[in-house]
Design a protein around this ligand. Structure first.
Ligand code: CAO
Length: 471
């Protein structure tokens, strides 16, 4: 919207709430972009820039500022949520917030103004064009959008340190109050990436009671979610409630509607995990001493990857439009995760190159991020095959739905101790797991799915055999 200066003088009587202005009558819709009464700097319209993944709109989850607030560069302004992930928008400018273009829960459009900031650049008078022209989206602007699940709390200095080291704050777990990211967290993150041993930290912005944690792997299991969320509170309502689907729910609707077009082939089997249960209990202590919690999942994931080496068609992606199938080199194995934000499917990248221990470590990291709503886009995209361990919640059987463009998925039920006959015909207590596979029947036939399942089962029933095939 264009305002000429004179028009603005007139308008400001109705809309101006700037300090020093005589007329405080708030608020029509528009701020006094060129109010001459307390002029201090040009007002920049900050557009919501392209956040990739073809996302065109987001929901404004929360504003961290209100009109009239002072902000500095890199201060968090708001959190928006797309159907893929959450993004925290940070300020590009030092200045004062003059207008929020949306209320919380509104849908904001990529490319449209999000917030107006009166910048601190002195008394220079902005040209009209400067006021109304939004700066072109630039690479720099992308640095003001961080993908994560909730507000990232960090000081500008910490943000700058992250930026300088090319670290996404969304991937750093904050150890400060309320998950605040400290300089030590950035340094620890860097150290883990580079294998460096940290010097004693020169930074002391930490509260005394919140001494930075040293990089001790053994501290990781303690930060893992103790258990999955308990029973939700009962809701007794006197009337129906209708609300729009937003964020991840909207994504789920879109993905699952697309999945419905896929002709699913289903195959179920049971796996005797008795030997794996014994092996895991042997390895658990060793793994925990090295700072990593070892559940069954890393074995399930590694066995799947070993199987996929023999059946690459199951680790493929299908492009319906071009009728092409792409056999993926990387085994980026997704795992359905029950998180604070609902069902998400982060993936462990390049499982074909990882040991069981490395998979467990990565899984621990994803669980910590998932439980604090901090899974980032890189964790949530690029999956090539999925496992859904519903058994950790308690279900015995499930019918998994393929996550397009992937072509196969497995659902794992609850491991139960059940009576079975061993090879000598003796009745034994066996650790039984039910698995249900779904495959895209347009490209995968039942025999292939069944052979893969057999191989996966063999690896898990004789876990020592995995050692032979590990790289
Ligand atoms: N049967 C019995 N016990 C199981 C189990 C199973 N299938 N899977 C896990 N467990 C056990 C683990 O071994 C662990 O016990 P210990 O502490 O004795 O080792 C305990 O349950 C908790 O495990 P966990 O959930 O922390 O870790 P995990 O690696 O097994 O699973 C994850 C990780 C992310 C898959 C799981 O936490 C989760 O979110 N599951 C829900 C998945 C889901 O929602 N699926 C449905 C998708 S479709 O809507």
């Amino acid at each position: 919207m264009l305002f000429r200066r004179l028009e603005t003088c007139f308008l400001h009587r109705f809309v101006c709430c700037r300090a020093g202005c005589q007329d405080k009558e708030p608020l029509l819709v528009f701020s006094p972009l060129l109010c001459p009464v307390a002029w201090s700097g040009p007002i920049m319209q900050f557009k919501l820039s392209d956040i990739g993944e073809g996302i065109m709109e987001v929901v404004v989850k929360e504003w961290y500022v209100k009109e009239g607030d002072k902000v500095s560069q890199f201060d968090s302004i708001c959190e928006v949520q797309s159907d893929k992930a959450s993004v925290t928008i940070t300020s590009r400018y030092d200045g004062v917030i003059r207008r929020l273009h949306y209320a919380a829960d509104d849908t904001a459009l990529v490319g449209k103004p999000l917030v107006d900031i009166e910048t601190d650049t002195g008394p220079e008078v902005a040209q009209e064009e400067d006021v109304v022209e939004t700066p072109a989206m630039s690479r720099e602007e992308h640095t003001h959008q961080e993908i994560k699940g909730h507000k990232t709390q960090a000081t500008p200095a910490v943000r700058r340190l992250a930026l300088e080291n090319n670290i996404k704050l969304s991937e750093v777990v904050g150890t400060g109050k309320d998950g605040r990211i400290l300089k030590e967290d950035i340094l620890n993150f860097l150290a883990k990436q580079t294998g460096a041993i940290l010097p004693p930290s020169p930074f002391h912005e930490t509260r005394e009671s919140q001494r930075p944690k040293e990089v001790q792997p053994a501290s990781l299991p303690a930060s893992l979610p103790a258990s999955l969320p308990a029973r939700p509170q009962p809701v007794l309502s006197s009337q129906d409630v209708t609300e729009p689907l937003k964020g991840f729910h909207r994504a789920m609707m879109k993905t699952m509607t697309a999945a419905l077009k896929i002709p699913h082939f289903g195959l179920c089997d049971e796996v005797d995990l008795s030997r794996l249960a014994a092996l895991r209990s042997d390895l658990r202590g060793i793994s925990e001493a090295r700072g990593v919690k070892l559940s069954y999942m890393p074995f399930f994931i590694k066995a799947a990857s070993l199987g996929l080496l023999h059946f690459p068609v199951l680790n493929a992606s299908l492009d319906e439009a071009s009728q092409n199938i792409t056999y993926k080199a990387a085994h980026n194995i997704g795992l359905a995760m029950d998180t604070s934000q609902g069902l998400l499917v982060p993936n462990v990248k390049n499982v074909q190159l990882l040991s069981v221990f490395e998979i467990a470590r990565e899984l621990n990291r994803l669980q910590v991020l998932g439980s604090s709503g901090q899974l980032g886009t890189s964790d949530l995209t690029g999956g090539t095959f999925t496992l859904s361990n519903i058994g950790s919640i308690g279900g015995t059987y499930a019918k998994p739905v393929i996550l397009p463009p992937e072509v196969a998925i497995g659902a794992l039920g609850k491991i139960q101790i059940l009576p079975r006959f061993d090879s000598n015909g003796e009745l034994v207590k066996a650790h039984i797991l039910n698995v249900s596979w779904s495959a895209d029947h347009r490209v995968i036939d039942g025999a292939t799915m069944c052979r893969f399942s057999n191989l996966w089962r063999q690896y898990l029933e004789n876990p020592a055999s995995m050692v032979l095939d590990l790289k």
